[in-house]
Structure formats: C-alpha cells, structure tokens
Design a protein around this ligand. Structure first.
Ligand code: HEC
Ligand code: HEC
Length: 271
C-alpha cells in the first residue's frame, strides 16, 4: 500500500515537466500564429512596395506635356519647368550671369525666341557658347530641360510647348487629302460629338490632346487606344491616310483653340 502510494505521488520534477509540457503546446500554437501574421504583413508590404514602384514607372512614361504631380512617395518624378529653373537655370539666368539672357527680360530673349523652338531646345540640351549643356546638370532629362526652356522663354513672351521632337507639318495637299479621309471616316462622330468623340470645334477637349503631341494622336487613331474605334472603324483605311485625317483634325482643332484663346486674351488685356 505504502509502495503503491509512493508510485503515484508526483515528484516536484514530474510536476514541473507536466506544467511545461502543458504550456508548450499552446505556446507553440501562439508562436506559429505570430509567425503567420508577421509573414502575411511582410508579404503585404512587399505588394505595397511593388505598387509604388509600378506607379513611379507609370508616372515616368506618361506622355509629354502632361503635368506631373509631385508625390513624395514616388522616387523620381520629372521636375516641372519652374522647378528645374529654380534648381539649375536661375544660377545664371536669374541675374544674367556670363551674359545669359535674364529671366523675364523680353528684350534679351526676343531675338533668341525668334530662332524658334528647335534651336532653343538644341542649345539648351547641347550647350551654346558659355551656355553649358543642360545648364551643367547632366542628370536632367531631355524633357526636364525642354520644360525649363519653355518656362523661361514663355516668361519672356514665347509661346512654346515643351515638345522634344520637331513635328512635321503637313503640306496643303496632305491637309486636303486628310480632309477627305476625315469626311468619309471620322466626321460622323467628330463633327457631332456622338459617343463622346471630341468635336473639332471643342477647344477645351482639344487643348490637352494637342499637348500630347501628334505621335500620340496618330497612335491613338490607328490603334484605337482610346474610347474611339481604331481607324474610325474602317479597317481598310491605311495607316498613312489615318495619319492625314489626324493632321487635318489637329489643324482644325488648333484653329478652335486659337479662336477660344482670343477673347480670353482681350479680357486679360482690358484688365
Ligand atoms: C553657367 C551659367 C548658365 C546656366 C546654369 C544656364 N545657362 Fe542658359 N545660357 C547661359 C549663357 C551664358 C547663355 C547665352 C549664350 C550665348 O548666347 O552665347 C545662355 C543661353 C540660353 C538659351 C538661349 C540659347 C540661344 O540660342 O539663344 C537657353 C534656351 C538657355 N540658356 C536655357 C537654359 C536652361 C534651360 C538652363 C537650366 C537647365 C540654363 N540655360 C542654365 C548660361 C547658363
Ligand atoms: C464611331 C465614332 C468614331 C469615329 C467614326 C471616329 N472616332 Fe475618333 N474618337 C471617338 C471617341 C468616342 C473618342 C474619344 C475617346 C475618349 O474619350 O478619349 C475619339 C477620340 C479620337 C482621338 C483622340 C484620342 C484620345 O486620346 O481621345 C483621335 C486622334 C481620333 N479620335 C481620331 C479619329 C480619326 C482619325 C477617325 C477617322 C479615321 C476617327 N477618330 C473616327 C469616336 C470615333
């Protein structure tokens, strides 16, 4: 009896083992749950980082002329013309140092502006006498330099868009052909504005489109990478004819934008 009693008596050591064993299982479970949560969290933040990188890339490949919002979460966003001017160009052009045309000095800029956009852009990108290439900042992108040139020259009476390539203007014969193609394939929507097509007389709709440049519009019209149909829905239309129709549309739209701008200018002058 006494022996039997002895055998079932729990020693302090056994008691400790049992307690630890009892704690071990829930402890392991808690540990595994914590690990699971941590791994889900890190996977989620990985996805967030990917999304941010994705957004940054999309910001950078945006078509030219679209103003880029400055978002501190996006690593490298192209600067606006004003930002580039303030960071780099003002070092000389702010004061007229080294004989540079001074900011807002229409007299100093007049003849230079008259050279036209391609020359101004070329001199800013590649340097000209004491004007260093890219203002001495090789890290500036072509577009950033172009924006800064437009910013400075427009402050002195220029009217430039920061486009990188000189756009080839259609000849009168090409425009006439474009008008015919347009009438046959595009007018049904773009004369009336059906289905949300931009009417050629709608300056507000065309102003931002024109800023995208013709390459964008050609691609949009040929591939239909917008709300409208590719080639106006006529798959027998050649790429070349579609481009001519776009040339005609751009020509008409520019006229609408210019017409809409005039009363606004008059109002501004009257003030
Ligand atoms: C180190 C001084 C310096 C800096 C910085 C500088 N420029 Fe200039 N820039 C000049 C000088 C000097 C000229 C006049 C060159 C001449 O006509 O001989 C000039 C001329 C120009 C012209 C007119 C070229 C022409 O054909 O008449 C443009 C456009 C221009 N700069 C753009 C820029 C832009 C954009 C930046 C900033 C990214 C910039 N510059 C930064 C010194 C500078
Ligand atoms: C069936 C109607 C329709 C026809 C026909 C049509 N379009 Fe459009 N087009 C649209 C619509 C709708 C949009 C506007 C999409 C949007 O909201 O951006 C558009 C937009 C455009 C744009 C601007 C691109 C953009 O980003 O919005 C161009 C350029 C264009 N069309 C060219 C053409 C040309 C060239 C033709 C003839 C060959 C043509 N379209 C025929 C409906 C049409």
């Amino acid at each position: 009896m006494a022996d039997h009693h002895e055998m079932t008596k729990t020693t302090p050591k056994e008691f400790a083992m049992a307690t630890l064993g009892g704690l071990f299982a829930p402890g392991l479970a808690i540990f595994l749950i914590v690990m699971l949560v941590v791994s889900i969290q890190s996977r989620l933040s990985g996805q967030e980082a990917e999304a941010a990188a994705d957004k940054a890339v999309r910001e950078r490949i945006k078509p030219f002329g679209v103003s880029v919002a400055i978002d501190p979460n996006v690593p490298r966003v192209e600067m606006t013309g004003e930002q580039v001017y303030n960071e780099v160009c003002t070092n000389c052009h702010g004061s007229g140092a080294l004989g540079s045309p001074k900011y807002k000095d229409a007299g100093a800029w007049g003849k230079r502006i008259a050279q036209g956009w391609p020359v101004l852009l070329d001199h800013a990108l590649n340097g000209f006498n004491k004007m260093p290439a890219r203002g001495g900042e090789p890290d500036l992108s072509d577009l950033e330099v172009a924006r800064a040139v437009a910013f400075m020259t427009n402050a002195a009476g220029g009217k430039f868009e920061p486009v990188l390539k000189k756009e080839v203007e259609p000849t009168p014969a090409e425009l006439a052909r474009g008008k015919v193609v347009y009438a046959e394939n595009c007018a049904s929507c773009h004369d009336t504005g059906t289905t949300g097509a931009q009417k050629l007389t709608d300056a507000k709709a065309w102003e931002p489109l024109l800023k995208q440049g013709k390459d964008y519009l050609y691609t949009a019209a040929i591939k239909g990478t917008f709300g409208g149909p590719a080639k106006g829905g006529n798959d027998k239309l050649s790429d070349a004819d579609t481009r001519l129709a776009v040339d005609y549309m751009v020509d008409q739209a520019r006229a609408s934008v210019a017409k809409a701008a005039k009363p606004a200018e008059k109002k501004a002058a009257a003030k």
